[in-house]
Ligand binder design. Structure first.
Ligand code: 1CP
Length: 349
């Protein structure tokens, strides 16, 4: 048994006494101390672009909740900004890009992968400042959006329920779509390598909008682009987590990650059937389960931990909702921390 932190042990495939836990979107959103920090500033971007402040937001869930990993406070939209499409964060609305990609000719105006990644120095600063502030308490996760999800924002310029404009591009401009996905994939690989160089001990690729694609288009466009990013990180000795929300039809088709996120609509048994018992899986509590009482949360969480079995990282099946109450979140963390595989009848060998 190594002395490495529980989260990294689990990611490396070692058996652990209990699963580690962290939560997608754990920094910000639900914490009163995040809202206070945010209210003292001019806006979201000031927080993301000032390493010391980002590091403070990164550490808040560690101090408050005692989770086993931190995720750097940033956003997936830094990459399109680096590529030449700046975003604005509009309170009560979300992200908005004044400029978008409207025609294949617009691709010629974008910045190249190295220059795009080089312009995101403030993210590497946030990673380094977060590692310093964490002071060895827990490992830090770096992250980026997967190419398809970033493509969605670069074409649409804002969130969408269907991302039909982005899907229209795949249908009508397949060659230009491929070119843009490759540009994003290569930029993202350099970006994640730089986060690793700055101290990130694991990285996660968020393919938040994988689920709007048919399996066919997912296989043709999104999946190869994610693989292209992940493959470029294979020499890094740093575990890679892929979370492709809504793409459970394609579980088991990517080999380049070290762990796979599972969304809450996918039964643990289906994920285990697709990936096998030894693959590290992360997830998948329904974020809405945290609207239940702490007792209900505890029951649901214990059931989930038994369903996944070992080689599991406890997490949600997508990010925390902003109106989630802290006692439910605390019950999630406490239940996972009290769990022991050895005590769970199903695993007592
Ligand atoms: O002012 C604010 O506080 C704005 C809210 C906010 C926050 C706290 C946004 C706007 N982004 C973030 C931080 C963030 N974003 C983190 C790090 C901190 C954390 O743990 O919360 C991470 C990991 C993200 C990742 C992110 N941003 C994703 C992928 C994960 C997911 O939830 O699917 C996506 C899709 C975004 C885009 C984005 N940023 C913000 C919003 C409201 C959105 C979604 C817009 C949409 O509906 O399309």
């Amino acid at each position: 048994m190594s002395n490495s932190p529980l989260f990294l042990k689990a990611l490396s495939g070692e058996r652990t006494e209990r699963p580690p836990i962290w939560m997608m979107r754990q920094a910000g959103r639900i914490l009163p101390e995040y809202r206070a920090l945010r209210a003292s500033l001019s806006g979201f971007k000031e927080l993301v672009e000032t390493p010391e402040l980002a590091a403070e937001a990164t550490c808040q869930p560690i101090d408050r909740l005692g989770v086993d990993a931190a995720i750097v406070f940033s956003d997936i939209l830094t990459v399109p900004e680096g590529l030449g499409l700046p975003y604005e964060m509009i309170p009560g609305f979300g992200p908005k890009f004044p400029k978008t990609i409207e025609s294949p000719a617009d691709l010629d105006k974008l910045v190249g992968p190295q220059d795009a990644a080089d312009s995101l120095e403030y993210v590497y600063g946030a990673v380094a400042a977060s590692v310093k502030r964490l002071n060895g308490r827990v490992p830090l996760i770096g992250f980026a959006g997967a190419p398809w999800t970033i493509f969605c924002y670069m074409i649409e310029g804002q969130g969408s329920k269907t991302f039909s404009k982005a899907r229209k591009w795949l249908m009508q401009e397949p060659v230009a779509s491929q070119r843009l996905l490759n540009l994003i994939a290569d930029t993202t690989a350099i970006y994640l390598k730089a986060q690793i160089a700055a101290g990130a001990q694991a990285v996660q690729l968020f393919d938040s909008w994988a689920g709007v694609l048919s399996p066919k288009l997912y296989h043709e466009f999104a999946l190869p682009a994610s693989r292209r990013t992940l493959a470029q990180l294979s020499d890094e000795q740093t575990p890679r987590i892929l979370f492709a929300k809504g793409a459970s039809h394609s579980m088991g088709l990517v080999e380049e990650a070290d762990a796979y996120g599972v969304d809450w609509t996918t039964p643990a048994a289906s994920a285990r059937a697709a990936y096998g018992d030894l693959t590290v899986l992360q997830g998948n509590l329904d974020p809405a389960a945290l609207y239940g009482t702490p007792e209900n949360v505890s029951t649901e969480v214990n059931a989930m931990l038994k369903d996944f079995g070992p080689h599991h990282i406890a997490n949600l099946g997508h990010g925390l909702y902003p109106d989630t109450q802290l006692p439910a979140v605390e019950a999630f963390v406490e239940t996972v921390k009290a769990f022991r595989y050895a005590d769970a009848a199903a695993f007592a060998k």
